[in-house]
Ligand binder design. Structure first.
Ligand SMILES: NC(=O)c1ccc[n+]([C@@H]2O[C@H](COP(=O)([O-])OP(=O)(O)OC[C@H]3O[C@@H](n4cnc5c(N)ncnc54)[C@H](OP(=O)(O)O)[C@@H]3O)[C@@H](O)[C@H]2O)c1
Length: 259
């Protein structure tokens, strides 16, 4: 049986990955800050799927948390066959007025923890000649997004980084996927203090996003956009100059954030 480590598994897309992979008989190692939620999820998945599921409560935005997580799995003798770097946060507003600490926390979680965990677990995968990494990016990473500047930039990093290391590691039996969901029904928007008006229409469910990811894994892809409409928007954005995109997005949001 493969063991999958999932960050941000206490809710949303990470929890959906845990439920789906448990049903596919993966053993699980779940990480998030909410230890109680992880414990309950592990108990439920062990009981319903006869897998092994352990958890570790950690704030991955804290300096050193990535190292502590890696040491914990080493100490428990856990081999990570699949790594799903899913934990992530966002923010929305006029960058100059957003809380700087929160913006930096976002970069630590969305970028630094993801890079560090990828590097640490990749070493074992390379030694074994197999492994799957899924880095959860976003369709927001396909273009600069005014009033979501830091978040979109972190996701542009995740997509670029993931596609590059996918190619580096192809000869070694390791697959890397950048998963780019669009707007998805999760706790993300509430956590980011983003108004419901931006999320109401055309959202996917976390289960749909996971379904897209696992299909892409099976076909060995290094990047996938979840949802037809999101794919269309991302593809269109790729042929429009960024200066036009940023003007259009900003004109819709300036009144709200720069009154
Ligand atoms: N929802 C969307 O529309 C959307 C679209 C595109 C991409 N994404 C990406 O999808 C990923 C998952 O987000 P989601 O939509 O499922 O949001 P979510 O429901 O808010 O889930 C986020 C998960 O990350 C964990 N987390 C947050 N801060 C953490 C920290 N400092 N350390 C460890 N874990 C932390 C949360 O658990 P705790 O609070 O217990 O720590 C939770 O399990 C993110 O990378 C997000 O950027 C989401």
């Amino acid at each position: 049986m493969s063991l999958t480590l999932i960050t941000g598994a206490s809710g949303g897309i990470g929890e959906a990955f845990a439920r789906r992979l448990a049903a596919e008989k993966h053993d699980l190692f779940l990480v998030a800050r909410s230890g109680d939620k992880l414990r309950r999820l592990c108990e439920e998945l062990v009981a319903s799927h006869s897998i092994s599921a352990e958890y570790f409560a950690a704030d991955l935005a804290e300096v050193g948390a990535d190292e502590r997580l890696f040491a914990e799995t080493e100490q428990r003798g856990i081999t990570v066959d699949w790594l799903i770097n899913n934990a992530g946060i966002g923010s929305m507003g006029d960058f100059s007025r957003l809380d700087l600490e929160r913006e930096i926390e976002m970069i630590r979680l969305n970028v630094l923890a993801l890079v560090s965990l990828t590097h640490r677990y990749l070493a074992g995968m390379r030694a074994r000649g197999s492994g799957q990494i899924i880095n959860v990016s976003s369709s927001a990473g396909f273009q600069p997004v005014p009033f979501m500047a830091t978040y979109a930039a972190t996701k542009a990093f995740v997509t670029s980084f993931s596609e590059a290391i996918a190619e580096e590691n192809r000869p070694f039996g390791i697959k890397v996927l950048a998963l780019c969901p669009g707007s998805t029904k999760t706790g993300f928007f509430e956590a980011a203090k983003i108004e419901r008006a931006f999320t109401a229409k055309g959202q996917e469910t976390p289960a749909q996003v996971v379904d897209t990811a696992l299909k892409a894994v099976r076909s060995g892809r290094s990047k996938v956009v979840s949802g037809w409409t999101n794919w269309l928007v991302a593809t269109t954005a790729s042929v429009i100059p960024n200066s036009l995109i940023t003007k259009a997005v900003a004109s819709g949001l300036r009144n709200r954030y720069q009154k």
